[in-house]
Design a protein around this ligand. Structure first.
Ligand SMILES: Cc1cc2nc3c(=O)[nH]c(=O)nc-3n(C[C@H](O)[C@H](O)[C@H](O)COP(=O)(O)O)c2cc1C
Length: 187
């Protein structure tokens, strides 16, 4: 019997063109296990959440974002660390995703990675993200942890992940994510 193709939605809280986290997501796209695919979802068009705007009608860009998440079996987030936490672009996207009758991330498996030029690789942001996940009932994998420290030494100027150990770490994370999705779908 053929196994169902697993769809993962990936996004990052960095809007920067030369973002290490965007580059890490692109690398993840190349490293997806057989029978799975990654769709990278851009957060640039999402307006700041304002409950007045929401009450007047959820913006088209937000609906499109939520639909993409709804169609995914699992989620991959690559987060930058801003002042020991997640950046506002990511929090805003998660806040939009948490709204409505059927929040599209509810109960879905999540893999987290982070990249920073600093020596902790965004670890502190990852733990803040885990706290937010409790509210959304987004289910993060505990292991493996992928924190890409000194990211400026691991990507080429064109944004290609050149560090083999990091590529292997991301590959393991994706394997764990797809396994977790398959297990959750068996129930
Ligand atoms: C407002 C701001 C706060 C930052 N705070 C941290 C921090 O707490 N820890 C850290 O490792 N890097 C921090 N940085 C540096 C980011 O890790 C760095 O800009 C990184 O490249 C951002 O991710 P990106 O390459 O995906 O855009 C901060 C950057 C900004 C703009």
């Amino acid at each position: 019997m053929n196994k169902k193709n697993i769809r993962i939605a990936g996004f990052t809280g960095s809007l920067r063109q030369g973002s290490y986290n965007k580059a890490a997501l692109r690398a993840a796209g190349e490293l997806m296990p057989d029978g799975s695919e990654l769709e990278i979802v851009d957060l640039a068009d999402l307006p700041f959440l304002n409950e007045d705007v929401e009450a007047a009608g959820v913006p088209v860009s937000v609906e499109a974002f939520k639909q993409k998440l709804g169609g995914a079996d699992g989620v991959l987030i690559a987060t930058p660390e801003y002042n020991y936490s997640i950046p506002p672009v990511l929090k805003n996207a998660l806040d939009w995703a948490s709204r409505g009758k059927e929040p599209p991330l509810y109960g879905k498996p999540l893999a987290i990675m982070s990249a920073s030029p600093g020596m902790f690789g965004g670890a502190r942001a990852q733990y803040h993200l885990r706290q937010v996940c409790v509210s959304l009932n987004l289910i993060p994998l505990n292991k493996p942890e992928v924190m890409i420290a000194r990211a400026n030494t691991k990507f080429s100027a064109e944004g290609v992940l050149e560090d083999e150990r990091t590529r292997q770490a991301i590959k393991k994370l994706l394997e764990a994510l797809v396994l977790s999705v398959r297990k959750s779908q068996e129930k």
